[in-house]
Design a protein around this ligand. Structure first.
Ligand SMILES: Cc1cc2nc3c(=O)[nH]c(=O)nc-3n(C[C@H](O)[C@H](O)[C@H](O)COP(=O)(O)OP(=O)(O)OC[C@H]3O[C@@H](n4cnc5c(N)ncnc54)[C@H](O)[C@@H]3O)c2cc1C
Length: 393
């Protein structure tokens, strides 16, 4: 293999480049990214960096010497591909041939398909998104966050810390209901409310309009007919995999890129996928292919995918997904796949109103643990979960 092209210049793309070098690849390595920046870390964009100063320097990943000779093509998306001919077409019309390809194009935020108030509406995925949002957050500004997943809750907490008046609108009965379940969701809501956040639950947004709540206000109109005045609107309603550049090649792109257990894109020995965009089976749980939108996954997948592409032996790929979230002074740490055990949730230790460990069970077996605080217990619960879901399931 003489030339490998990595598409996507974020964490997954960077880790793939590092791992290709670590696994012995000495050929030409090109990384193409549509953002104009070298790879940077996204989690601080909804947390500490959003609360202070948003700069590339504050979030940039360290460049290891192993990737010093990478040919970075930044600010230039790949718009189409011919996988049979092994070439890519970039937005400027130029083409790029490869012998091996790494798909690392991650996700983009979903937007509500409703017109209006475009100048007030924000998403939080990129450095540019966070820079624009930061410029509009200030004490007293009325912020409406739509969606109460991790990003929505983190941005709500950060905006509150900056003195904004924050309302969270969400269709579910509690925030973070899908990943964590109703009881932990209710406890997190109580903690947000104690910080001054208002929740409007069980409601969806039906329109963006002006002049409903008062003659001058810009409003988010809700499914119960009410209207919430908003200076800043943050859409945190999930993400969509960036795969349109792979259209027309017969791949299963129904939810990211379908891969086998070695992260090879199905039916393509010369293509692997890493990070948020990869949909793969994890026999630690079952043989269902899933995408995992966690910070640990770009690193885990890159290690395996690089070896698959180069034909280098590596242990079976059975990652233990892990995720953290910081909201106010609270650290939420998750291991495994709590969503698989949402019907059988038990407090394993402590008390939800202070610090606790919550276990998620499928058919009586532990498949996920979420810790609220209890930092010193993290290694213990990680091991418990590793032992409960042996890699040979
Ligand atoms: C605001 C925020 C907060 C987060 N907080 C946490 C957290 O607290 N804990 C946690 O575990 N995880 C968190 N995450 C998730 C974590 O950041 C992601 O799992 C991780 O960034 C995934 O990396 P990736 O490289 O797979 O994808 P991405 O980071 O999405 O990178 C994909 C890159 O590919 C580029 N691209 C897309 N299409 C093309 C194309 N056609 N051509 C060229 N380039 C393209 C994109 O612009 C992007 O730069 C957070 C994510 C966000 C957005």
């Amino acid at each position: 293999m003489r030339r490998i092209v990595v598409v996507g210049a974020s964490m997954g793309g960077l880790r793939a480049a590092e791992q290709l070098r670590a696994a012995g690849f000495t050929g030409q390595l090109t990384v193409v990214g549509d953002e104009p920046y070298r790879p940077y870390n996204r989690p601080p964009l909804s947390k500490e960096v959003l609360a202070s100063e948003v700069t590339h320097a504050a979030v940039a990943f360290r460049m290891r010497s192993s990737v010093e000779d990478v040919d970075w093509r930044l600010g230039m998306p790949v718009v189409s591909s011919d996988l049979a001919a092994r070439w890519l077409t970039l937005l400027d019309g130029s083409t790029l041939a490869y012998d091996g390809l790494v798909v690392a194009t991650g996700l983009r935020p979903r937007r509500l398909p409703l017109p209006g108030l475009e100048d007030r509406r924000h998403v939080v995925r990129t450095l540019d998104d966070a820079t624009r949002l930061r410029a509009s957050l200030a004490p007293g500004v009325r912020v409406v966050v739509i969606g109460a997943g991790f990003v929505g809750c983190e941005v709500a907490a950060t905006a509150r810390r900056l003195g904004a008046e924050v309302t969270v609108v969400c269709a579910a009965a509690e925030p973070l209901m899908t990943p964590l379940g109703p009881d932990l969701g209710a406890e997190l809501r109580r903690r947000h409310e104690a910080e001054g956040v208002r929740f409007l639950l069980g409601r969806t947004v039906t329109a963006f309009s002006t002049g409903i709540s008062s003659r001058t206000a810009a409003d988010v109109v809700l499914s119960d007919g009410s209207a919430v005045a908003a200076d800043v609107i943050i859409e945190a309603v999930g993400s969509t995999p960036c795969v349109s550049w792979l259209d027309g090649n017969g791949l299963d792109l129904s939810d990211g890129v379908l891969c086998d257990a070695d992260l090879r894109v199905e039916g393509r020995p010369d293509i692997v996928a890493v990070g948020d965009v990869a949909r793969f089976p994890n026999v630690r749980y079952d043989d269902v292919c899933r995408r995992v939108e966690h910070w640990s996954i770009p690193t885990d997948t890159a290690r395996k995918a690089a070896r698959t592409l180069l034909g280098v032996d590596a242990p079976p790929f059975v990652p233990l997904p892990s995720f953290w979230s910081d909201q106010y002074d609270m650290r939420i740490q998750s291991f495994g796949v709590p969503g698989l055990g949402a019907d059988d949730i038990r407090v394993l230790e402590g008390d939800m109103t202070s610090e606790c460990a919550v276990g998620y069970h499928r058919d009586g077996e532990l498949v996920g643990v979420v810790l609220l605080g209890l930092a010193s217990a993290i290694p213990r619960y990680r091991k418990l979960l590793m032992d409960a879901t042996p890699a040979s399931v």
